[in-house]
Ligand binder design. Structure first.
Ligand code: ZN
Length: 185
């Protein structure tokens, strides 16, 4: 859990450090506001998706399940700036499926913390493998990193894409292409 007192002190120091006056009217509430905000945007820390994925349903058949365009917002751990975009998830069940909203919950658990996009993509895939024990999983994330678009190389709109395959998706390029075709539109 977020230590509000520490965050507030640190933000005050940060404001002073960049030459601001933390006591001017517009900034007075900023340290406490930021402490409350971190409670939410780091709300996935120390969690796994177990609580979302433990309730499963018997699969009628074992056809590929795809949930695409799951919006995510996360924070880059190198600059503590937001990165955000879409995650697409596919898995091939092996007798059990999760409710579709639970895939979005799984993404949320790993987005709400200081994160790296590639790592988030892998963590989502690994939790699905672990808790649903499917034949395979494929996860793709495409995100805009504000640490690249509002500063540094400044390429607005450029996206970082990360792809992770597990189980039968790892070897089967036909399945991978099916996934790419389906998430394309
Ligand atoms: Zn960054």
């Amino acid at each position: 859990m977020v230590d509000h007192e520490k965050v507030e002190k640190a933000v005050r120091m940060l404001l002073e450090g960049i030459g601001e006056d933390p006591d001017r009217e517009g900034l007075k509430e900023t340290p406490s506001r930021i402490a409350r905000m971190y409670e939410e945007i780091c709300g996935g820390m120390g969690q796994t998706a177990e609580k979302h994925l433990q309730k499963t349903f018997t699969a009628e058949n074992n056809e590929m399940v795809i949930e695409k365009d799951i919006t995510f917002y996360s924070m880059c751990e190198h600059h503590m700036l937001p990165f955000f975009g879409k995650v697409h998830i596919a898995y091939i069940p092996n007798g059990k499926v999760a409710g579709l909203s639970k895939l979005a919950r799984t993404v949320e658990v790993y987005a709400r913390r200081l994160q790296l996009q590639e790592q988030m993509t892998a963590q989502v895939a690994d939790d699905l493998m672990k808790y649903l024990q499917p034949k395979g999983v494929m996860v793709m994330a495409a995100g805009e990193h504000t640490c690249m678009t509002m500063r540094g190389v400044k390429k607005p709109g450029s996206k970082t894409v990360s792809v992770v395959t597990r189980g039968i998706f790892a070897e089967d390029t036909h399945l991978q292409n099916m996934f790419f075709n389906m998430v394309r539109e």
